[in-house]
Each structure stands twice: as C-alpha cells, then as structure tokens.
Design a protein around this ligand. Structure first.
Ligand SMILES: [Fe+2]
Ligand SMILES: [Fe+2]
Length: 274
C-alpha cells in the first residue's frame, strides 16, 4: 500500500484492547485475577498480540485504536501498552478511552493522588510525528491522508464541551466533503447503540455520554463532510445511519484475533471497510 497523494491506502481500527500488567504492586494477585476474569479476560495482552499479528499480515498504512488501550491507569500499564503496541508494524493513532484516564483506575500514588502519565512512555520510533503515545500529548488532534481527514476526539472524560465543540467545528470546516472521519471512544446515541446497551449492558444508559447530543448536532450540521463516525466502548459491533450520519462501533479487539476493521480509502475519494 502507498500513501502517495491520490493513491489508495488502508487503515485498521482496533478497539478496547484493555492491556494490563498482571503483577501490580501491593495487590493480592489471586483476588486481582478473579476480579479481572469476572469482568472480561485475564489474557488481554496475549489476545492483543494475536490480533496484532493478523493486522500486520494485512499491511495497513496506519492503525487507529478507538480507546481503552489499557484497562486502568498506572505507570506499569502505560509502559506495557507502549511495549506491546510496538508489535504492530504500522504507526498507531490512539483515541483516549474512559479506562485510559483517571475515571477508571486502581492506581494511586502514596499520597492518594492519581497521576496520569501517558507521556512517560518513550515515543514509538516508527511514528515520527508523535511525542509520546499521543501526538504532542494531546487527546484531541487531527491528521490528513490523501485528501481524507481524521479527527480524533476525547469524549471519554470531563472536558470543556464548549471549547471542544469549537475546536471540532474548526476541524470540520477544513475537512473535505464526504472524506472526514470522526473517532470517539464513546459512541453517540443511535438506535444500534441503544440496542447494544439493552442487550449487552443491561440497559445502562450511562454508557453513552451526556455530551453525545451537542456533538451529534454539530456533526449533523456538517453532515456533508462526514464519511463515518467510529467509536468503541460497547465491546460489540454495530453499524447504523441516523439522520444521514453513519456510526460504526468497533468490536472489542481482544474478543478474537479477527475482531478489528480494515478500511480502504480509494483514489476516487470513496471508502469502505471489511
Ligand atoms: Fe472497553
Ligand atoms: Fe470504554
């Protein structure tokens, strides 16, 4: 694949890898194993590596991970993510998830403060544009490839919604018609996401952020620009169209080695995924 101007390119979308250190300090390992196994998987690290191998076989030009890269914030988990994610051959663009910030942590410094340290990891050499794991340490950022625009939005933690919407609108304005992708961690509320929440998450509506509606309204106003909104968080795939906006919720990558999407953007401006 090539990323020369006007040529087609591909990108893989992974989600909810929930990588974590299996021997955290000061925790009873048996209780920890029981806790983690009751929530999801004990072997997310190994499952991530198996999926990464499949992704590498497809040679995407880059990878986007739609959040929950790690299971909870701790220096060990961030360093482990940085180490394991290097197995992916392509550069990675991460989206911050609720498990990647202080709202979901079992780690606290001795003084009780929670310390978010995504920038403690060394940058991945293959991603020259990056400073640390997030570009310039920012959780809201964008980049362009061959006329397509990729806007990465932090909707997984408390942010100044007005400030963020103003930033998002300026990013949308400069995107090309039908060639702008939005990446959230938390999906916008749509019939498909409501159905997933009912079926998989016992109707827990808090899994769709309150900020969903203002963002949806803004994206709707720029409908003509948007190719697709991708997200994760629900650990279950869905693809639906609401008022002309398409939203794809990516499956949880560690469920099986094939639980990721491969998207192709072609020279004519079209796109699709498998
Ligand atoms: Fe998750
Ligand atoms: Fe999440």
């Amino acid at each position: 694949m090539s990323t020369e101007t006007g040529e087609s390119f591909t990108f893989a979308v992974l989600s909810d890898t929930h990588i974590f250190d299996k021997a955290p300090a000061d925790l009873d390992i048996d209780a920890y194993k029981q806790y983690q196994t009751s929530r999801m998987y004990w072997d997310t690290n190994e499952r991530f590596l198996a999926a990464a191998e499949r992704v590498n076989e497809l040679h995407p030009d880059f990878v986007i991970i739609t959040g929950d890269m790690i299971d909870h914030i701790s220096p060990e988990n961030i360093l482990l993510y940085n180490q394991l994610s290097r197995v992916l051959s392509a550069p990675i663009f991460p989206v911050i998830g609720n498990h990647d910030n202080t709202s979901m942590t079992i780690y606290k410094k001795p003084d009780g403060e929670i310390d978010v340290q995504w920038n403690l990891a060394e940058p991945n050499e293959r991603a020259k544009f990056r400073s640390g794991i997030f570009p310039d340490g920012k959780f809201n950022y964008s980049f362009s490839r061959n006329g397509f625009k990729f806007i990465i939005v932090n909707n997984a933690e408390d942010v100044s919604i007005l400030e963020q919407l103003s930033w998002l609108e300026s990013e949308l304005r400069s995107g090309s018609d039908g060639k702008t992708f939005i990446f959230n961690h938390v999906p916008l509320k749509t019939p498909a996401t409501t159905e997933t929440i009912r079926r998989v998450w016992a109707g827990n509506e808090s899994l769709v952020m309150g900020n969903s509606e203002p963002q949806f309204e803004l994206l709707h106003a720029y409908n003509s620009k948007i190719a697709c909104i991708f997200s994760g968080h629900l650990h279950t795939f869905s693809d639906d169209m609401v008022e002309g906006l398409r939203q794809v919720v990516c499956p949880m990558t560690v469920q099986s080695p094939d639980s990721f999407l491969l998207c192709i953007c072609n020279a004519g401006g079209g796109w699709d995924y498998t």
